[in-house]
Ligand binder design. Structure first.
Ligand SMILES: [Fe+2]
Length: 165
């Protein structure tokens, strides 16, 4: 898939194909990796009318907290290390999925998930979103169990949101 030919928003299969292609070309993403990052570090590789692509470096303990991607669907290729994805389940424990280097996964815009890194070895992942990420939602659980969504810009740092005491 050539980036210059994109004239439509990508579906999940196209997003997976795109991150897979980029993952297979380390020359494109390796210069954007921060192996010594302490905080989750993200660099934008592509942004046009239909897709944005990010290279994200993860250190041990980095955690996005539960969030959604508003109207964007996405795909992720893990290229180094391992990431843990949790999908929010009402009335039960989150569904935990481990994604290792060489694996690709996707999610549509209705998904609420959290990504974190629990290994000693840094992880690197390639993320593509279509339509391009603009707003996201982050979630906080109040002390009484009420779930509350906060709308944030894609440019803001995702992190676990603390419940107001
Ligand atoms: Fe996400």
């Amino acid at each position: 898939m050539s980036m210059v030919e994109l004239d439509h928003d990508l579906d999940l299969a196209e997003l997976r194909e795109l991150v897979g292609e980029i993952a297979a070309e380390p020359d494109r993403w390796l210069p954007l990796v921060r192996p010594d990052a302490v905080e989750r570090h993200f660099e934008q590789l592509v942004r046009d009318d239909h897709v944005d692509v990010w290279v994200i470096s993860w250190a041990n303990g980095n955690d996005t907290g539960f969030h959604d991607h508003d109207v964007s669907r996405g795909a992720v290729a893990v290229v180094e290390g391992e990431l843990v994805e949790e999908r929010l389940v009402v009335g039960g424990a989150p569904r935990v999925l481990r994604h290792r280097a060489g694996e690709t996964f996707d999610f549509d815009a209705s998904h609420v998930h959290r990504m974190h890194q629990d290994a000693a070895v840094p992880a690197v992942s390639i993320h593509a979103y279509s339509p391009p990420l603009w707003r996201m939602g982050t979630y906080v659980v109040e002390p009484d169990g009420t779930l509350r969504r906060q709308s944030i810009s894609y440019a803001e740092e995702l992190r676990p949101v603390e419940a107001a005491a």
